[in-house]
Ligand binder design. Structure first.
Ligand code: C5P
Length: 243
């Protein structure tokens, strides 16, 4: 498997100029770059290829469609050189299995390493009440564990889940799959849309392999210092040296 950085910074910015500026601000730090829906629709996927030339890129594509459509999208995605790509576990086992197979086949044809397939369980912005409104009468942690098992059985390399669910998901899927957690907050943030959050240290201590951090870095007065602080806390919790 390609190595996963301990911390991914979400480049949630509206254009390539700002994305490149943020990437430069973080250059030299061992953080990966996450490209999500806002940036990929604003710039086109060529920016993924450009950024991936220098450092690990997580393409947060959040794929969720019929298996055939996702499998064909995965062929195009595999050629971009990203380290990892996300799909919604709610798309089901067949969709995930076909995505994984397409990523492997298309990457091999292009002479690239296949991106890791990470299955998104329950969005970290959803509370238990939100799930109830969607007709899910399960606690977010139960739903996340259920979807994580399904995703891993379908061949996903890892799972995206809330930091508050990492321990339960790890217990359910075992040591092998990668667990990636957004909803990471160094300190409480007022008026935030994230509902199931934890500090970087708590997320790593609970068993996460890597963290996704957006606004705590991008909206900080000094994004590089903020990223370094997250990295230091994550490394300390992972038992490594601090940055
Ligand atoms: O700014 P913030 O730290 O909340 O950013 C979190 C990032 O992780 C966003 O880019 C969001 O799209 C992404 N994400 C998430 N919850 C998931 C999967 C991805 O918040 N389940």
């Amino acid at each position: 498997m390609p190595p996963m950085p301990l911390v991914w910074c979400a480049l949630d910015v509206p254009d390539a100029r700002r994305a490149r500026a943020l990437a430069r601000t973080l250059s030299g730090l061992p953080v990966g770059l996450k490209v999500g829906l806002e940036l990929v629709y604003a710039t086109g996927p060529a920016l993924v290829r450009e950024l991936a030339a220098d450092r690990p890129v997580l393409l947060d594509a959040k794929l969720h469609d019929i298996p055939q459509t996702v499998a064909r999208a995965a062929v195009a995605i595999a050629r971009l050189g990203a380290t990892a790509v996300t799909a919604h576990a709610l798309g089901g086992g067949e969709m995930l299995a076909r995505a994984r197979a397409s990523l492997a086949a298309a990457a091999a044809e292009a002479g690239l390493r296949p991106p890791l397939l990470l299955a998104v369980t329950i969005l970290t912005s959803h509370s238990e009440e939100d799930l109830a409104r969607l007709g899910w009468d399960r606690a977010p942690a139960d739903a996340a564990v259920h979807l994580a098992r399904l995703a891993v059985e379908a061949g996903a390399d890892g799972v995206v889940c809330a930091p508050t669910e990492v321990a339960a998901v790890r217990a359910a899927v075992g040591a092998g799959p990668l667990l990636v957690t957004p909803g990471v907050r160094p300190a409480a943030v007022a008026g935030d849309d994230q509902r199931r959050t934890a500090t970087p240290a708590a997320a790593i201590a609970a068993g996460a392999d890597s963290l996704v951090v957006g606004r705590p870095v991008t909206a900080a007065p000094d994004p590089r210092a903020a990223a370094q602080a997250v990295l230091a806390a994550a490394r300390a919790a992972a038992g490594g040296e601090t940055a």
